[in-house]
Write a protein that binds this ligand. Structure first.
Ligand code: GDG
Length: 735
């Protein structure tokens, strides 16, 4: 096992320059602590930006910085002030951040920033490539580095890469407004495992991948060439013990040992023991809903005036991205709101809001968490929100009420909190009242569940689960790769082929010999294909069969003059050596008049779908529909058809973007086995791409060389990636 390389925009250390000396102090952020178990020892490296631009680093000091960082197993990526502006403030925080948090009106689409974003992502990727070996594991973090996975994969195709997005992934409707949407998706898809906080972000991402890149997605797997990319949700936890133990220590302190900050809080509490402290902590960011919270608080005080002088709201707003204009405006708005509300409601003894615009040391954070009766967190969108979890972790006696926005990722795991819609003031006023009056017994019951969950699924478990999932994904891919047709496998097949006296070859058509087209009639054979099939067809002691679900008219038009052997409609018709088609199976089609109207109603309700009428089967094609919608309708149709076709005579085939109803005594397996029985074949080959070909793979004898096109689940022994590779492979029959 190689080393682990973690990549994030910022390194988990802060640099301090003093008299030309450098010290690197570990940061205390959630990610840095969470990665402790992963980033430990000499076999781990963290690559990121130090926080200082090239212009800010005094001359000659860079080697000292490198040495200080190396002590923490960190390595820096250098950024110029121009790059910081375009990459960090520009594209990351004025394009992706607002867009992914559904603030479309704040999103800027500047080509120059996009170009800088790409260039800086390449810098990060190059830094990884320089330090990495193919057996290392790479974990890329967050929205600033979405192009890095593919940039690394391009150079190190076998390296294991994980990507985790810490912010929401928006719905397709929002994401598609991004001018560089396909490139962003392709960048992320360089990873083997892609993680999100919640299932919703995961499904939004998959939906965009399906719709924008038309890639095959089955459940949470994305299929690209010979790779399967897993997409999953890993809700990030916190360092539960750190917060819980700090709170315990804090509560055990003698009064004289408490922080000055705590002493001031105590004084206020003593002056009115019944009053309640309501806490909110966030970076000063428009996604956190601070202004709405203040308005809701004002609404609450007006609606329930009996709580005036009985409650106090503490707002800790941590300065953030103050170079971005929206943040400056927000700061002004919050300052004014706090001033107005305090001005309106304050009395000689009471100020309704305590407002801190700064970052506080950890010990004061614990003072606030442990002293507050209620935590009120109202983000309008939030990837996760760790503050909610930290508050609960510090409630050592299990008292305290958490009011949490439904729009935070953490709300999915914190059902026992009081969940609110941050836009609904009425609901929030009622919920605040409920929280203020919640009996202790109920508070404890709710927090007990929350604490159990948070202590179990802590940040360390989160990081380990992600790493385990990444390794098992890479192992799965290696297993897939071992079944991919390669030179050794071809050699082996050719050896048996050369020895054989009589060969039988079954080739599926659509998705195997030719790519799918929106109109099936347009997928006609090209000259290169005719040439290849001619060569196989004329080989001595070789019987070639084209075996397809197509109707006989189309195949007659395309291949009859070539005299290839053909089986159509999954085994209903057969033509040999240029003869007209004749029935291979006796089949009925009297069921069609009952089924056709059902399919027609699905066509009416599913734009882009159409019916293909064959002699003995009916196919409903949905390749041209919206992929999500088409899939949903296909599932629905399957249920309807299965209930209608409960007798054994007809069956429903779930093909590649097609549902086909046909007589159940017909399938490619049965047809191919019949052909096999006609002579003493000692080499049999079958290739195909969809479910209908699985019948061949399953029913032909074990010694058959079975090949699947694509890497979906299959009974075939081998696979090839696409139709181009199929044609290359088939050359073994022409030499
Ligand atoms: C992003 C996503 C996702 C806050 N004030 C002080 C302070 N903090 C610490 C808290 C907490 C962290 O900062 C804030 O984390 P959040 O999760 O609430 O929010 P973001 O910074 O927006 O983080 C978010 C997260 O990534 C992880 O994936 O949850 O949705 O937006 O740990 O304790 N710490 C100190 N003083 C402060 O004044 N020491």
């Amino acid at each position: 096992m190689g080393k682990t390389i973690i990549i994030s925009n910022r390194l988990p250390v802060q640099l301090q320059i003093h008299n030309n000396d450098i010290t690197a102090i570990p940061s205390v952020g959630g990610l840095a602590t969470g990665m402790k178990s992963v980033h430990s020892g000499s076999d781990s490296l963290w690559i990121g930006w130090s926080g200082l631009t090239d212009e800010e680093i005094p001359e000659g000091i860079a080697p000292k910085i490198d040495a200080a960082l190396a002590e923490h197993n960190c390595s820096k990526v250098n950024l110029t002030a121009y790059e910081e502006e375009g990459f960090y403030y520009g594209f990351s925080n004025r394009t992706i951040w607002p867009l992914f948090h559904y603030f479309l009106e704040y999103s800027e689409f500047e080509l120059e920033n996009w170009n800088t974003y790409k260039a800086v992502n390449q810098k990060f990727a190059d830094a990884i490539i320089e330090k990495a070996n193919e057996n290392d594991t790479i974990w890329v973090h967050d929205y600033q580095l979405m192009l890095v996975p593919q940039m690394v994969k391009d150079k190190l195709p076998n390296i294991a890469i994980g990507f985790f997005l810490h912010i929401p992934f928006p719905s397709y409707e929002i994401f598609r407004t991004l001018p560089w949407r396909e490139e962003m998706l392709r960048g992320v898809l360089g990873a083997d495992l892609i993680g999100f906080h919640t299932y919703d972000y995961e499904r939004h991402f998959l939906s965009s991948v399906r719709r924008l890149l038309s890639l095959e997605v089955s459940f949470n797997d994305i299929h690209i060439d010979h790779r399967v990319i897993k997409v999953d949700s890993f809700p990030m936890g916190i360092d539960y013990n750190k917060f819980h133990e700090a709170a315990k220590k804090h509560n055990a302190l003698a009064i004289s040992d408490r922080t000055d900050f705590q002493k001031r809080i105590d004084e206020h509490k003593k002056s009115d023991p019944d009053s309640k402290l309501i806490l909110s902590i966030d970076r000063l960011d428009y996604t956190k809903g601070i202004a709405k919270r203040l308005n809701a608080f004002e609404y609450f005080l007006n609606k329930f005036p009996e709580y005036k002088e009985k409650v106090r709201l503490i707002i800790l707003a941590v300065p953030s991205r103050s170079n971005v204009p929206q943040y400056q405006l927000l700061k002004k708005e919050i300052d004014e709101l706090v001033g107005r509300i305090n001005g309106e409601f304050s009395t000689i003894n009471w100020t309704p809001i305590w407002y801190f615009y700064r970052s506080l040391p950890f010990k004061n954070l614990i003072d606030l968490y442990t002293s507050s009766d209620i935590a009120w967190l109202t983000p309008l969108r939030d990837g996760m929100n760790l503050v909610a979890k930290e508050y609960v972790a510090t409630r050592t006696d299990k008292t305290g009420v958490l009011i949490l926005s439904e729009m935070a990722g953490s709300a999915y795991e914190m059902n026992e909190a009081l969940l609110i819609n941050p836009n609904n003031f009425e609901e929030q006023a009622e919920t605040l009242k409920k929280a203020i009056n919640m009996p202790l017994k109920e508070q404890k019951a709710r927090n007990m569940f929350l604490q159990n969950r948070l202590s179990r699924y802590n940040v360390e478990v989160w990081a380990q689960e992600f790493m385990q999932a990444l390794h098992s994904q890479v192992e799965n891919n290696q297993e897939v790769v071992s079944r991919k047709i390669n030179d050794d496998i071809i050699k082996e097949i050719t050896k048996n082929l050369d020895k054989a006296k009589k060969r039988l070859i079954f080739l599926d058509y659509d998705g195997t010999l030719a790519d799918f087209k929106n109109d099936p009639q347009k997928a006609s054979p090209d000259e290169e294909l005719y040439d290849l099939l001619d060569k196989i067809h004329h080989q001595k002691d070789t019987i070639l069969f084209l075996i397809s679900g197509r109707d006989k008219q189309t195949f007659s038009k395309w291949f009859l003059h070539k005299k290839y052997n053909m089986i159509t409609e999954h085994g209903v018709w057969i033509s040999r050596n240029g003869e007209e088609f004749s029935l291979l199976e006796k089949v009925k089609n009297d069921w069609m008049e009952k089924i056709l109207p059902v399919l027609e109603s699905f066509v009416d309700r599913t734009p882009g779908s159409f019916i293909e009428k064959k002699n003995y089967s009916l196919a409903w094609h949905y390749r041209n529909t919206d992929p999500d919608f088409g899939q949903k309708r296909a599932t629905e149709l399957n249920t309807v058809l299965t209930s209608l076709t409960s007798n054994d005579s007809i069956s429903v085939l779930d093909g590649n973007k097609v549902m086909e109803v046909k007589s159940s005594n017909v399938n490619k397996g049965r047809a191919s086995v019949r052909m096999l029985g006609e002579d003493n074949y000692d080499f049999v080959f079958a290739i195909g791409d969809d479910w209908t070909d699985e019948y061949m793979f399953q029913e032909l004898p074990e010694t058959t060389v079975t090949v699947k096109v694509g890497i979906q689940k299959t009974s075939a022994k081998y696979f090839v990636e696409n139709t181009k590779k199929v044609r290359e492979l088939l050359k073994i029959f022409t030499d």
